[in-house]
Design a protein around this ligand. Structure first.
Ligand code: MG
Length: 421
C-alpha cells in the first residue's frame, strides 16, 4: 500500500524571527500574497497523493486549528492536533500516536524542500525505521551535517557543530510508527531521536537536489519572498489517457483492464522529477453512452495512482469529460461541450485551478483532437504515435524546455509590508 499520511510539525516557537512570530506561528507566515508557507506545504503533499494530513500544533496552535482543522485541500483532509503542553517535536509526535499510520511522511512546517515526495515514500525500507531526505550544501554549518554510506546514514551532527560542504537533513522524513518506541517523554526528534536511531543503523538517507528554503531567520524569510514568485508556478504536462498512458481497448474503464503503454509510468516519473505538474485530460464518452459511470472513471484513475506510486510517480489531477453530442443519457448530452476535446475546456480549467507556467507546458495525445485542444489553449501539442512514451516525453521536454534566459515575470510584486521585520 502506498503511504498516504503526511504529518507536519507546526508547533515551533520561531524565536529567531523576533516580533514576526510573537503572534503568528512560523508556518503561518505569508511567503507570497495570500499564500502562507503552510498552504504551500499542504498543497505539495496533497498533489503528491498524501490524502491524510495531520498538523501537530503547539505554540499559537489555536490559529492553526482555526485556519486548517477539518478543511479539504486538493482532495486531502486536514486534522489539527494540539499538544496539551510543550513537549518538543518528539512529544508532539507521541501525543498523536493513536492516529499514525504504519508508515507516514513527517515534515518540518517551517521549511520547504521541493522534491518528488513520492520518491521519498516509495518502497519503505523493511529493515529501517526511517528514511531522511538529504540535500548537499556548500556550507552545512547552519543546518548540521549528515554522513551517508550507501543508503545508510552513519553520522548525524546537529547544527553549528560542523561547517563546509556536505549533506544536510532536508527536514523531510519517511517514518515507521515504531519510532515512537524511542520516544519516552519530552524530546526533540532532530536532537534526540535521530542521533540515537542513526547510532543503531536504523536510518536510510536519500539525496535530492530540489530547491531548499527554511524561513527560520529574517534573511531567509526575505529570500523566500524573493524566490518563490519564480518557483510557485510550474510548467505542466497534459497527457491524454487512452492510447497514451494505457492501452486503448475501446471504452476502457475496469481497473483490471489497465495495461500501461511501454514507458508510460516512467514518463510520468520523469515529469515529476523535472518539476512538472502532470495532468490527465481524457474524453470519456462511454459515460454519456451509458457503458459505465463516472464512479468507474474515478476507480480506474485510483488504480493508476496506486500503480504509479509503486515507482514513486504520481498524476497531480485527472480531468475527464463525460459529455457527448449523441449521449443516450440525457444529462450527458451536449452538442459541443467546452470540455470535450478538441475543445480546450479541460486545459483551461486546469489553468484556473493550478499555478501553471505557460512556458515549458505541453500536451501529448494520440489523436488530432488532442493536438487541436492544446493549440486552442495556446500550447504545443506533441503527437504520440506509439512506441515508448518515455522517449516521446523526453523529446517533448527537450523541445519545450526553456533555454537559459531571463526568468519569467514574478506573479506578484513584493510590498514593504511583506518584508521581514
Ligand atoms: Mg487517446
Amino acid at each position: 500500500m502506498a503511504v498516504r499520511q503526511a504529518v507536519f510539525l507546526v508547533g515551533g516557537k520561531g524565536t529567531r524571527l523576533g516580533k514576526l512570530t510573537a503572534t503568528t506561528p512560523k508556518p503561518l507566515l505569508a511567503i507570497a500574497p495570500d499564500i502562507l508557507l503552510l498552504d504551500l506545504l499542504i498543497e505539495e503533499a496533497a498533489r503528491h497523493g498524501f490524502t491524510d494530513i495531520v498538523l501537530l500544533a503547539g505554540h499559537l496552535g489555536d490559529s492553526v486549528e482555526r485556519l486548517y482543522h477539518g478543511r479539504q485541500i486538493r482532495g486531502a483532509t486536514i486534522r489539527v492536533i494540539r499538544e496539551p503542553e510543550p513537549a518538543g517535536t518528539g512529544g508532539a509526535l507521541r501525543h498523536a500516536a493513536g492516529m499514525l499510520d504504519p508508515w507516514f511522511l513527517l515534515a518540518n512546517g517551517d521549511s520547504w524542500f521541493d522534491i518528488n515526495l513520492r520518491a521519498l515514500a516509495v518502497a519503505p525500507p523493511r529493515d529501517r525505521l526511517a528514511r531522511m531526505a538529504l540535500r548537499s550544501m556548500e556550507d552545512t554549518g547552519r543546518y548540521g551535517s549528515v554522513e551517508l554510506h550507501g543508503r545508510r546514514i552513519t553520522a548525524f551532527t546537529e547544527k553549528k557543530a560542523a561547517t563546509g560542504p556536505g549533506l544536510i537533513n532536508g527536514g523531510l522524513y519517511l517514518l515507521n510508527r515504531a519510532v515512537l518506541d524511542h520516544i519516552a517523554g519530552p524530546c526533540s526528534i532532530e536532537q534526540d531521536v535521530f542521533p540515537e536511531l542513526v547510532r543503531q543503523g536504523a536510518v536510510d538517507g536519500r539525496v535530492f537536489d530540489g530547491y531548499f528554503l527554511d524561513i527560520g531567520l529574517p534573511e531567509t524569510l526575505a529570500q523566500a519572498r524573493r524566490d518563490l514568485p519564480f518557483r510557485l508556478a510550474r510548467p505542466a504536462a497534459f497527457l491524454d489517457r487512452d492510447g497514451v498512458l494505457n492501452t486503448d481497448r475501446g471504452y476502457t474503464h475496469r481497473p483490471e483492464q489497465l495495461q500501461w503503454i511501454e514507458g508510460a509510468r516512467e514518463a510520468v516519473l520523469a515529469l515529476n522529477e523535472a518539476g512538472y505538474l502532470v495532468f490527465v485530460v481524457t474524453n470519456q464518452a462511454g459515460v454519456a453512452h451509458g457503458f459505465y459511470h463516472e464512479a468507474d472513471v474515478h476507480a480506474f484513475h485510483a488504480r493508476m495512482q496506486t500503480e504509479l506510486a509503486d515507482i514513486g510517480a504520481h498524476i497531480d489531477a485527472f480531468y475527464h469529460c463525460p459529455f457527448h453530442p449523441d449521449a443516450t443519457i440525457r444529462r450527458y448530452r451536449h452538442p459541443s461541450h467546452p470540455d470535450r476535446k478538441p475543445n480546450p475546456g479541460m486545459l483551461l480549467k486546469a489553468r484556473r485551478e493550478w499555478r501553471i507556467r505557460d512556458r515549458g507546458s505541453f500536451l501529448t495525445g494520440d489523436r488530432d483532437s488532442d493536438i487541436e485542444a492544446a493549440n486552442r489553449a495556446g500550447m504545443p501539442g506533441m503527437l504520440f504515435d506509439g512506441g515508448n512514451l518515455l522517449a516521446t516525453v523526453r523529446q517533448a521536454l527537450a523541445a519545450v524546455r526553456p533555454v537559459a534566459g531571463p526568468l519569467p515575470k514574478p506573479i506578484f510584486t513584493e510590498t514593504p509590508a511583506m518584508q521581514a521585520g
